[in-house]
Design a protein around this ligand. Structure first.
Ligand SMILES: [Zn+2]
Length: 252
């Protein structure tokens, strides 16, 4: 992991002072380890701590950046206690969990989870297919080359139900790693990417309180794909096992 140097992950002097305070309370014996503490754009309210080469590295969800000092100190005490296998005071746990369970904090946490779950990108060139090249081909063929190229990425993990995702907030398209293999015909991957590209061409429309993502125009365009039938059949085949499992799970 090299993200310790990335600008999004710069150490925070105030946070280090807080962690140092928590460390001094718990660990009386000197010398104590040095601390690097930073806010990190985790999905959700995660925070981590570890000891490496005699230095403590603490990362706190950047959602907590605006929280009161008392809350950050409580979290620091909890993490330090965890690192040294001590028991954090009850009061400490209470302060932190009360803050973390506030509706607005939960809401913000869920929102980042939704967004950031897909934000971690990996290069468009996969094992079998290069999303950049496939995009250029589709763009020329179906969009007169006029579509702006978003960030293209393979998903971190294979998925069996969702094969593509267009993230309008970050202008990114993420394609399931499941499709990055020669056992999947190229036109199947092309169709999945084509669908996500149509989301750029047809931005969601508001209809009352709902958003329409797959409008009639969208669906008409989708059927213009040369091997529309074959591609949809393929995708149903690949998705079938997990759908079956899901049905069984529901029955239980
Ligand atoms: Zn869609």
């Amino acid at each position: 992991m090299t993200e310790d140097n990335s600008p999004r992950h710069s150490v925070d002097a105030n946070l280090e002072v807080i962690f140092d305070e928590a460390l001094r309370e718990s660990v009386k014996k000197e010398p104590r380890p040095q601390i690097s503490a930073s806010f990190y754009p985790y999905a959700g309210l995660s925070s981590t701590i570890r000891l490496r080469d005699g230095r403590i590295y603490a990362r706190v969800s950047d959602l907590l950046r605006p929280s009161p000092r008392e809350v950050l100190l409580s979290l620091a005490r909890i993490l330090i206690a965890k690192l040294y296998r001590l028991k954090a005071p009850k009061e400490t746990e209470r302060i932190y969990s009360e803050y973390a369970s506030r509706p607005e904090v939960i809401e913000a946490s869920d929102a980042t989870r939704r967004r950031r779950g897909y934000k971690i990108t990996s290069p468009p060139r996969g094992q079998a297919y290069d999303l950049d090249k496939v995009f250029d081909h589709l763009n020329a063929r179906y969009f007169d080359g006029r579509l702006q190229k978003p960030v293209l990425s393979w998903s971190q993990r294979p998925t069996r139900r969702v094969f593509g995702h267009h993230d309008g907030v970050h202008e990114a398209i993420v394609i399931s790693r499941t499709l990055d293999t020669y056992s999947i015909p190229r036109f199947v991957l092309e169709f999945v990417l084509y669908h996500e590209m149509l989301h750029i061409k047809h931005p969601p429309r508001r209809s009352g309180s709902r958003s329409i993502y797959h409008s009639d125009e969208f669906q008409a365009d989708e059927r213009r794909f040369e091997k529309f039938r074959e591609a949809t059949d393929w995708l149903e085949q690949i998705a079938a096992p997990s759908r079956r499992k899901k049905r069984q799970r529901r029955k239980r």
